[in-house]
Design a protein around this ligand. Structure first.
Ligand SMILES: [Zn+2]
Length: 267
């Protein structure tokens, strides 16, 4: 398998051994037993995700509630992915979508990274050939113009860095929540609900090629409802008594809404 990762200290190519990734200048980075490698320097950034949130998201996604999204992404990526394409999933979390897509496109080389070391360890555990690493989104250890397809699902955008690592004919696939995403859950939690701001926050260094919105109603049992609440900011924003009341409900239903925007570099 090809390896496109660079040493975050000197920028030279990294070589994988069983327990480390090393560069020719002998900068060395530990690999977890699951295979993921930590490329965050000096332990500077601590993970954005607490263990509870990581586990909740893994459980929730594992129940298949969002499986229509990778199916849709498969269709969207089909015209672009070629034999040997380098695909990078930025802020991949536990790699749920990365691993699903990698399975559908075995002819491409998949990479995924997240700030959370814990999350990429989970991701690597389930991986079949994909490379997972911990890194900061503002300093992605890939060479300029080395990525064919960059996917970015539900996370804040760092578009200047995305621009740098994408090939000139590469694409940036941005997935973010539509205005009514999880409205059914919000209605349970709050008296007054607000639509999501359907703003992709991508600057004009990129040009929009296509946009698609997918909506689906999902039914949640109590376990999935609790997992969903734990993986969203609502968990911290809702008064405790209200949160407990909703987490005791036997079931709930809500609409889910995803927007898939595909961009190319404006050059
Ligand atoms: Zn180095």
């Amino acid at each position: 398998m090809k390896n496109a990762l660079l040493c975050p200290v000197c920028g030279e190519a990294l070589t994988f051994t069983e327990k480390t990734a090393v560069c020719p200048k002998r900068h060395s980075f530990d690999r977890a037993k699951e295979g993921s490698v930590n490329l965050i320097l000096n332990g500077s950034a601590t993970s954005g995700d607490d263990p509870k949130m990581v586990t909740a998201r893994k459980n929730f996604l594992g129940c298949g509630h969002y499986d229509h999204l990778p199916q849709e992404l498969y269709e969207e990526l089909l015209p672009y992915i070629k034999n040997g394409s380098t695909v990078l999933d930025a802020c991949c979390g536990e790699g749920y979508f990365t691993n699903k897509l990698a399975k559908s496109f075995s002819e491409a080389d998949f990479y995924g990274f997240d700030l959370s070391k814990r999350a990429v360890r989970y991701a690597a555990k389930e991986a079949e050939g994909s490379v997972f690493f911990a890194a900061n989104i503002s300093s992605i250890p890939f060479a300029d113009g080395s990525v064919d397809i960059l996917t970015h699902i539900f996370a804040p955008v760092c578009d200047s860095e995305f621009f740098r690592i994408l090939k000139d004919d590469g694409i940036f696939v941005h997935v973010f929540p539509g205005k009514d995403h999880l409205m059914g859950i919000k209605e349970l939690l709050y008296e007054k609900t607000r639509e999501n701001d359907e703003d992709p926050s991508v600057s004009d260094i990129f040009e929009l090629v296509s946009t698609k919105k997918i909506s689906k109603e999902i039914m949640l049992d109590n376990k999935s409802l609790c997992d969903l609440l734990c993986m969203t900011p609502y968990f911290y924003r809702t008064p405790k008594d209200k949160l407990e009341e909703v987490m005791a409900l036997p079931s709930a239903k809500t609409v889910t809404e995803f927007v898939i925007n595909i961009y190319k570099k404006k050059i």
